[in-house]
Design a protein around this ligand. Structure first.
Ligand code: NAI
Ligand code: SF4
Length: 516
């Protein structure tokens, strides 16, 4: 019998490795016929370490398990799915999972991430097989028809990006995966690389076939050492199985993937800065145009997409564009893996079709705040995303609906704050973050972020509040209009939304400040 114990970083941070070690000792001591398989996580973080037993009726889950629980669990008949206070029942029936629409994360947590056989047994490589029988333009058209938009945050149609690269003539083209997942409250890329890396490998190989690129690269942030190890092992396993290498999938043209690690700069998630870093240079943002699609890595036409964009592609090819496009609303088609974080009771990964409201995500899935206090603010889309007040929780999770309320969906990270949050401090932090992470190439961001922080600090001290808030507003306009990239250009989102929706936190009249 197989016992699944996650090796995912989040599960490991609450003791999954110790659970696996103790389980191995106790299984041997009891002479049981059981094999421990280290998997990814299902993304139900409050239940980690969550272990699963494979039974004829499907996996049965137990959690959260501590090493000291293991003898008792085995005595209760764990390997037959026996009764125990920690038994959660059939994994698929846990409401948090049962109510999701998992396409990209269907396998995550259910397979050995570095086993080609496990991946194939659960439908893996079907998309690649179909792509191998198609012409490049047909693959591009299928991806376009699915309505897939870039999951990194900007939401640019993936099929159109690929078409630009396909149409470019060059002796070499590249596929680059942006795995520099830097947004606060996001972890979907990491979970996928640690739990189902072959899905990403398959997506990148299909992209290679679609545009005529033989070289793939992945840029993974150094804060994700487990993802680097697991992904590298998965690449090696795919090479041994003939999926990658001289003939992709055994019959196609050449395609292989090189793994590179970042060095801890948020701006490296910006695509041109990432390309500079991949080339071994200082990560200064490039001017656009030229677009990376025409002149990207080493000056060659390059498809650069986020982990989740590539990982959506195998499903689209395997099941057809229509099946994917049937999910979602408006121009946001398919599913998005949302990530619930911050002050939230049930934090984790929720993959759903676009269209669920922010409030449903936070209350129906997340169970409200962990502190039990009311939700006051929600930041969606990373540190550069807008803060929404509680009366915006009816906003559907959809690119356009968020934009209409001067927010952005970004990479799907949802960070919840209760009523103890100080929004003036959050606005100050946004400027400070920008000042720290700015690449320094353009003035509005390099200088503006520091001047902005100083001015908000004056507001917080109660100095000429009205005049200083007007200065912040003016500065934000300059940063929005004149910054070269999204880092400087989007910093005004958290700042201005905090001022607009929570004006009472900026009302630092000297008398009030003195009283505090
Ligand atoms: P963008 O709108 O300039 O470009 C989006 C993508 O489309 C880029 O890959 C660009 O090269 C491509 N593109 C645009 N026109 C094209 C054409 N005609 N043909 C082919 N390709 C074309 O946005 P940008 O600056 O790349 O990204 C900003 C976004 O990044 C923000 O909205 C934010 O949500 C997100 N972001 C994500 C983070 C993360 O950790 N995932 C961190 C910070 C920001
Ligand atoms: Fe660099 Fe900031 Fe300008 Fe972007 S906005 S190019 S990070 S200085």
């Amino acid at each position: 019998v197989r016992i699944h114990v996650p090796a995912d970083s989040a599960a490991a941070s609450v003791g999954a490795d110790q659970v696996a070690a103790r389980l191995a000792i106790e299984i041997e001591r009891a002479g049981l016929d059981a094999r421990i398989v280290r998997t990814g996580s299902r993304g139900l973080f409050w239940l980690e370490p969550m272990i699963e037993i494979e039974t004829a009726a499907g996996p049965i889950a137990y959690g959260p398990v501590a090493p000291a629980d293991i003898p008792g669990l085995l005595a209760a008949g764990l390997i037959d799915g026996g009764a125990h206070p920690l038994r959660l029942g059939p994994t698929a029936a846990i409401p948090y999972l049962a109510r999701q629409e998992r396409l990209t994360f269907a396998r995550c947590g259910a397979i050995d991430p570095v086993s080609v056989d496990d991946y194939r047994a659960r439908g893996g490589f079907k998309g690649l097989e179909r792509a191998l029988a198609m012409k490049p333009i047909e693959i591009v058209e299928e991806v376009t028809a699915s309505g897939l938009r870039g999951r990194g945050g900007a939401g640019f149609p993936t099929g159109i990006k690929w078409r630009t690269v396909l149409g470019a003539t060059a002796d070499q083209k590249h596929i680059v995966c942006n795995a520099d997942e830097g947004d606060s409250g996001t972890f979907a890329d990491r979970m996928l690389m640690e739990g189902d890396p072959m899905l990403l490998i398959e997506g990148m190989a299909i992209a290679g076939l679609a545009v005529g690129a033989t070289q793939g690269w992945i840029y993974i942030r150094s804060e994700y050492p487990r993802a680097v190890t697991t992904f590298t092992r998965a690449v090696e396993a795919c090479r041994r199985a003939g999926i990658l290498g001289a003939k992709v999938g055994g019959t196609g043209p050449a395609f292989d993937i090189t793994v590179r690690m970042g060095a801890g700069a948020y701006v490296c998630g910006e695509e041109t800065s990432l390309l500079e870093s991949l080339e071994g240079k200082r990560a200064l943002v490039r001017f656009k145009p030229p677009l990376p699609a025409l002149k990207g890595l080493f000056g060659k036409p390059t498809v650069i997409n986020n982990v989740l964009s590539f990982a959506a592609v195998p499903t689209i090819l395997a099941d057809g564009a229509k099946a994917y496009a049937d999910y979602g609303m408006g121009r946001s088609r398919g599913t998005l893996p949302f990530q619930l974080a911050g002050n939230i009771k049930f934090g984790g990964l929720v993959e759903k079709a676009f269209g669920m409201t922010l409030g449903e995500a936070i209350h129906d899935f997340g169970g409200g705040t962990r502190s039990g206090r009311p939700v006051r603010a929600v930041q969606v889309g990373g540190p550069l995303g807008a803060y929404f007040p509680a009366d915006h929780l009816d906003t559907p999770l959809d690119y356009e609906a968020f934009a209409a309320r001067k927010g952005m969906l970004g990479h799907g990270g949802i960070v919840v704050f209760d009523d103890s949050v100080d929004m003036a401090e959050q606005a100050r932090f946004a400027f400070e973050f920008c000042a720290k992470e700015s690449c320094g190439k353009c003035t509005p961001c390099r200088i503006g972020s520091t001047r902005g922080r100083e001015t908000i600090e004056k507001v917080i001290r109660g100095e000429a509040v009205e005049r200083n808030l007007a200065l912040v507003d003016d500065l934000c306009r300059t940063m929005t209009d004149a910054s070269l990239c999204a880092l400087g250009g989007l910093t005004p989102y958290p700042v201005l939304s905090a001022i607009e929706h929570f004006p009472e936190d900026f009302d630092r009249a000297p008398a009030r400040v003195a009283a505090e």
